[in-house]
Design a protein around this ligand. Structure first.
Ligand code: DOR
Length: 427
């Protein structure tokens, strides 16, 4: 059904639009933007006064756990969670079982998402077979199958030689290598950020250098090969500085930051709550400041969730034994709104950019704008809606959220993908 979204604050950073406008959707596409558009009899009118109307969000970093770990999440629950978070497309990580290391598994993900998901899923194929770090996958065949990039996320590619070859090969298909940059020799056995609080809490630390050494290596390999490198979940001041310098030097390097690294610190592990256990770990307050500065000065390209749903048994145990990861799709926007946008630390248009055309640019895909003729992928946010985070109400099967019980203000209330309403908030 055709729709007219009336009277919202339309923010479309790609097209430099920020004003009170109406948006007309016809045949699943954006048909017209303008003030005071008249509805025709066959259109569904969506009243959006006081709301923010923006391009649907694109998440570059989601673990859908399907195939193989459907007891943690699957493509149906994961895409519904994404829609509830305002996302109209997600890239999924290949650390499934089997790993997405052949065209067959990529086809499975694409077919299941097209048939049963509520939004499109773009798979990342793994860099190495079985993500074992040794032998490259058949990248050409996986690119042809529809993979949007390559990543061994969850584990780093330890060999610089393998990473160099991966960058060379990915370049032939103009796809990014999406790097989980971690020097395991430094991080192994670590449970939280290494610093004052790891000492006080008595937990083995993961130094910032474990990330920064690997980020530096990967940037130098991107320089050597001239290939596209995307850096996942940057969490330290040093990593942001390295990305800033690489960009100034003209390298094809991009980077993402997660909502949890932007809004939470290592100090919060005081209660040994395993929902705060994530890799890379929550860092120091100074690191958080540097990440926010990176958003504001254009260094960081995207906010990505690293949605990592886990079964409760993987979290309801001793801190040391608990799995790393945060279920992040449904709280991403509200957390950034509450802790960054509302206190004036990040502008609303910049937040929208980091969630829409920013990530679209990283994977060089259409989307992330309200251009006339583009697919009608739209998120409507109520900036004044306050909700207490209740994981029991998540669409995601992963209830592992550090935001549980917190009141956050500013939530997606409607998500439209290809002109269809795929999520609508009801109190
Ligand atoms: O916290 C994390 N969880 N970090 C990762 O790198 C992997 C992810 C997962 O798959 O659970």
């Amino acid at each position: 059904m055709n729709k007219l979204i009336k009277g919202g604050r339309v923010i479309d950073p790609k097209n430099g639009i920020d004003g009170v406008l109406d948006v007309r959707i016809k045949g699943g596409r954006i048909a017209e933007l303008g003030p005071g558009l008249a509805a025709d009899a066959k259109e569904e009118v969506i009243a959006a006064a006081g709301k923010v109307v923006c391009p649907g969000f694109i998440d570059l970093h989601v673990h859908l756990r399907d195939p193989g770990y459907e007891y943690k999440e699957d493509i149906i629950s994961g895409t519904r969670a994404a829609a509830a978070g305002g996302f109209t497309a997600v890239c999924c990580m290949p650390n499934t079982d089997p790993i997405i290391d052949t065209p067959a598994v990529a086809h499975y993900v694409l077919a299941k998402a097209a048939g049963q998901g509520v939004i499109p899923v773009l798979p990342f194929g793994s860099i190495t077979r079985g993500a074992a770090g040794k032998v490259l996958t058949e990248m050409g065949a996986m690119a042809a199958a529809g993979c949007a990039g390559f990543s061994d996320d969850g584990v780093p590619v330890e060999s610089a030689a393998v990473m160099r070859n991966a960058l060379e090969y990915a370049k032939m298909f103009d796809l990014p290598i999406v790097s989980h940059s971690e020097e395991r020799a430094l991080s192994k056995g670590g449970l939280m950020h290494e610093g004052y609080f790891s000492t006080i809490y008595g937990l083995k630390g993961i130094p910032a250098l474990a990330e920064e050494l690997a980020v530096h290596r990967d940037i130098e390999l991107a320089r050597l090969t001239g290939s596209r490198l995307h850096l996942c979940h940057l969490s330290t001041a040093g990593s942001v500085a390295l990305l800033r310098r690489a960009k100034a030097e003209g390298l094809k390097v991009t980077g993402e930051v997660t909502p949890h690294h932007l809004t939470l610190t290592d100090e919060l592990l005081a209660d040994f709550d395993t929902d705060y256990k994530v890799n890379p770990p929550l860092r120091s307050a100074a690191d958080v400041e540097a990440l926010i500065a990176g958003l504001n000065d254009g260094t960081v390209d995207a906010i990505a969730t690293d949605h990592a749903p886990h079964h409760f048994e993987s979290k309801d145990c001793e801190f040391e034994l608990a799995a790393f990861g945060i279920s992040g799709l449904e709280t991403a926007v509200a957390a950034v709104m509450e802790y960054l946008v509302r206190p004036g630390r990040l502008s609303l248009p910049r937040m929208v950019e980091l969630l829409s055309c920013g990530p679209a640019g990283v994977i060089k895909r259409e989307g992330g704008s309200l251009s006339v003729g583009a697919a009608a992928d739209i998120c409507i946010i109520d900036p004044e809606l306050s909700r207490i985070v209740d994981p029991a109400k998540f669409f995601s099967q992963g209830k592992n959220t550090p935001y549980k019980g917190r009141t956050l203000t500013g939530w997606p209330i409607m998500t439209i993908a290809g002109g269809r309403i795929v999520y609508e908030y009801s109190a």
